[in-house]
Design a protein around this ligand. Structure first.
Ligand SMILES: Cc1cc2nc3c(=O)[nH]c(=O)nc-3n(C[C@H](O)[C@H](O)[C@H](O)COP(=O)(O)OP(=O)(O)OC[C@H]3O[C@@H](n4cnc5c(N)ncnc54)[C@H](O)[C@@H]3O)c2cc1C
Length: 384
């Protein structure tokens, strides 16, 4: 995927300052439009897209149920607090856009609070070709990428989006069927719980639709299924290792993965911490060489690679680790769309699609997923 291309990422210019956009200033409410809908909406999937669809409907006083298969909201936005003394993003970690985007997502002039961001510009950059490490030339181009300084993507949703939608969020309800054969839509979970509404927003990963884990009645049109099946959704994993010393550079690319990316990076980069965290990010074709393994085998493979790269220092300084295998998450089943994504038209003005794969803007990103959820909600609100 272009925007995560390592060569571009490693070509960051040296700004290196902390940004603290005040959401109070950034949250100008966008122009209102005529609301032409007064029913109830069922939203399936409480990732960035589903949450933003719910949040937008709530802003316009529209009733909704937000139904999530897993035990928490967030989807591919997830955090861990048990490895280091700062919270770790187990999934999405970078904001691949300007920090003001967070304010645009919140879209509420009354929102309280701020988010401190760091401009992500690694200084020490290396490449491992399988036998030797080489220093990379940073170059002078600028590439726009940011990270949360002391918080995470999960905290952003938890603090700014979830409070106004949590009372209508249902967890541990994996939806197994959507019946839109009548005037209303009936959605049923594998627990047997049913939810009824006038429209449904399907905000589950493309992989879940490709595997037909949800039965649609009537079946989705073949053109819709063709678009969904055309999405390339390769495997993905992150491995987080805490070390007693930092023996690695800010970022190190591994081999050439097309499409996709394999990098080790300093997960504590510019965080307020004395802990050392090295993160492996491996997404794309070939990542199944790890995602197909057991956690114990993954750990051994990663440590062997690091020991080869850094002359045994990984084993020497190892303290603890976490493996987040996104391909074995039952309700994710992979990483994110790499090609073939795009907006899918609503089916019979009853079934709407949202998610990182179903946006014509920033596909494969959290903010892109969020905007797609917001756009699906707006489309319903406008009676489209
Ligand atoms: C390893 C990795 C690293 C990434 N890094 C970045 C990054 O640095 N920056 C960035 O912007 N993006 C990154 N991304 C991509 C980003 O995480 C996604 O684009 C975004 O979070 C997707 O949001 P979504 O709402 O479309 O889907 P999801 O977050 O997947 O949400 C979909 C939800 O639907 C639920 N669901 C599935 N099936 C059902 C069902 N049958 N019934 C009910 N609910 C169901 C799932 O449990 C999930 O909660 C990364 C992704 C991965 C995997």
């Amino acid at each position: 995927m272009e925007r995560r291309d390592f060569l571009k990422r490693s070509a960051l210019a040296g700004m290196g300052f902390a940004l603290m956009p005040s959401l109070l200033q950034a949250c100008k409410k966008e122009d209102d439009f005529v609301v032409n809908f007064s029913g109830r909406v069922i939203i399936i999937g409480a990732g960035a897209a589903g949450m933003m669809a719910a949040y937008t409907l709530n802003q316009y006083g529209i009733d909704f149920d937000l139904i999530e298969a897993g035990g928490s909201f967030g989807g591919r936005v997830k955090k861990a607090t048990n490895l280091t003394n700062f919270p770790i993003d187990l999934g999405a970690e970078w904001l691949h856009d300007d920090p003001e985007t967070l304010g645009t997502l919140v879209n509420d002039p009354n929102a309280q609070g701020s988010v401190e961001m760091i401009s992500y510009q690694p200084e020490s950059i290396m490449h491992w070709d399988g036998s030797s490490l080489t220093q990379m030339n940073v170059g002078s181009q600028f590439y726009r990428e940011y990270k949360f300084k002391n918080t995470t993507w999960y905290d952003f949703f938890n603090d700014f989006i979830v409070p106004s939608i949590s009372s209508k969020m249902y967890l541990n309800e994996p939806i197994s069927s959507i019946d839109y054969s009548g005037a209303q839509v009936t959605v049923t979970s594998s627990n047997g719980t049913t939810f009824t509404g006038d429209k449904v927003v399907v905000a589950v990963p493309a992989s879940i639709l490709q595997q037909q884990s949800i039965d649609f009645n009537p079946a989705l049109p073949s053109s819709t299924m063709q678009s969904i099946n055309g999405i390339d959704f390769p495997p993905g994993i992150k491995v987080f290792i805490k070390f007693s010393e930092q023996f690695y550079p800010d970022i190190c690319s591994i081999g050439t993965i097309v499409p996709g990316e394999k990098i080790y990076f300093d997960g504590a980069f510019k965080k307020d911490t004395n802990h050392n965290l090295l993160t492996l990010f491996y997404v794309g074709n070939g990542a199944n060489e790890l995602t197909d393994l057991t956690d114990a085998e993954i750990f051994t493979a990663v440590m062997n690679e690091l020991d080869a790269m850094f002359e045994g220092k990984a084993t020497q300084h190892y303290l603890a680790h976490i493996i987040q295998n996104w391909s074995t998450e039952p309700y994710i089943q992979g990483s994110y769309s790499h090609s073939g994504s795009g907006v899918i038209s609503p089916v019979e003005n009853l079934v709407y699609f949202a998610g990182e794969a179903f946006t014509d803007g920033a596909s494969s990103t959290v903010h892109g997923a969020g905007f797609s959820g917001r756009d699906a909600a707006r489309s319903i609100l406008q009676g489209n």
